[in-house]
Design a protein around this ligand. Sequence first.
Ligand SMILES: [Zn+2]
Length: 258
Amino acid sequence: MSTIIDEFSFDHPENKGYGKSKRLRLLSSSNPQFSTIEKQFYKGWKHPNKPKPKVHAIFKILSPDSILRPYHRYRALILSSPALRNRTKNPANEQLLFHGTNRHCTLAEDGSRIRLCILSKCNLCSVIRNSFDVKKCGTKHKFRRFGTGIYTTACSSKADDYALNADESTKLRVLLVSRVIVGNPHKRRQNATGLTEPPCGHHSVVGEPGIDLNYEETVVYDNDAIRPAYLIVYGDTPTSKSKFRSLVTALFKTPLAA
Ligand SMILES: [Zn+2]
């Protein structure tokens, strides 16, 4: 099959020169996708006690078609669900949501570090390479509010709690922004730690703030309901900021606002 799956594919004409371990393409700050993700990141920064960090860079995560195809198949399957019959806009209810995980290498610390590491402990590179695996859910955190699933959130400051840097030389922080097929969500305010799939007729569980939660979270239970799409790099160190600014300027030859 020669049709290009989507804009995140290696085979897309925009992504020439990327492949295998070189999975990250730096977005220019003038790119409309950059503004969309940056806006969503700031909108989702809700913890009153955490100062809003600066966004330093956003990378697009590229994948081979073999990784992207099952996601498209899953979306087609969800679209045939009777529960979504009346949705006209965004029919599969696909959303961009944040996920924080541990980073054992220096990936994305500046614009030139775009090669994935091979450390087995580095969840970040593992997810970028192979996407998410529900079997690995909760290996780090014993408590699983909505059972065995893949956890994401619209609340960037909550995802930030899980973004851990193991390499001491890193100063910036990173979050994955994933495409998630939310479909028809089962909304709940109370914990349900025994879940291994969404209740019948639903495709995800969305935890709403109120009783057991302070901030929203979205859980999917199928590996193919989610694919990493962007990596957002943020933090407060002025030195690292300049590294990115010079690189972005050189790459895109666009003067950046001071
Ligand atoms: Zn790594």
